[in-house]
Design a protein around this ligand. Sequence first.
Ligand SMILES: NC(=O)c1ccc[n+]([C@@H]2O[C@H](COP(=O)([O-])OP(=O)(O)OC[C@H]3O[C@@H](n4cnc5c(N)ncnc54)[C@H](O)[C@@H]3O)[C@@H](O)[C@H]2O)c1
Length: 290
Amino acid sequence: MSIERVFVIGAGLMGHGIAQVSAVAGKQVTLSDRTEELAEKGAARIAGNLKRQVDRGTLDQAVASAIIDRISTSEGTDRAAGHDIVIEAVFEDESVKRQTWEALTKSADGTAIFASNTSSISITGLATSTDRPARFIGLHFFSPVPVMGLIEIIRGLETDDATHAAARAFAEELGKTVIESKDYPGFLVNRMLGPFINEAVFALMESTGTAEDIDTGAKLGLNHPMGPLELSDFIGNDVMLNVMDVLYRGFGDPKFRAAPLLRQMVTAGHLGRKSGRGFYRYDEQGKKAG
Ligand SMILES: NC(=O)c1ccc[n+]([C@@H]2O[C@H](COP(=O)([O-])OP(=O)(O)OC[C@H]3O[C@@H](n4cnc5c(N)ncnc54)[C@H](O)[C@@H]3O)[C@@H](O)[C@H]2O)c1
């Protein structure tokens, strides 16, 4: 089955990026959110991204216009019919995702593939909110979607081979490299990232080193482009705490317990770049201020 018509629900950071890369790959895309206005905001972000490429001379204006013409917007789940795949990128909240999938089950074609971009919620579990666990799969994109070259594919317990093959072919058509993970907490990438960042927070908490030295150690000693603490600030310390809690609950293994300092920072509202303060301070443009 070839995927040509894509319905993306949730037009935020991830959803607008998923819609963009789909349209760039020649797909017909409907981008939807809770309101038409939010969906249009997502479409405007795409137009802005493409305009920057045109201004830099890396994209023809005619090509950019054709990409934009392939994207339409809508509100809610009602217009999901007539699409080959529905990709869900709404809030990382299980009850919001379940309600969204229940509504999509009513409106989408019976043959459509359902894909969730969840970072941490069980694919097997979300699939039970629909009438088609066999055609339900995880397509985990990374941020920023147009730049990051990876998609992690997660098969639920019931996902069938045809759905897996179609989803994999679609991910490759978007120009991404695919890795496959079984449906266990954190999948592959967050299972590695969470403990790495968490261990850096433990080292800071125990005064083994300063934040700057921990990050410089990872950058120059491990050749990472960002240190773990600045990366946690970038992703959001609340998001990283959630990853650790998901790993801890899911495996029941104390090696995944969140560093108390990470929890304390989230309690204090030091969420990182988005709140202006995390392991570092940030100015209004999100640049490190100290
Ligand atoms: N941010 C990341 O780096 C990242 C990376 C990989 C995966 N994810 C996952 O992608 C998903 C979306 O994350 P995000 O960072 O784009 O969040 P976001 O807050 O930027 O966007 C979420 C969007 O979903 C919309 N939404 C919420 N409830 C809705 C509903 N009932 N119907 C329609 N739209 C609804 C919101 O209005 C918002 O525009 C989450 O599951 C997250 O875990 C995020």
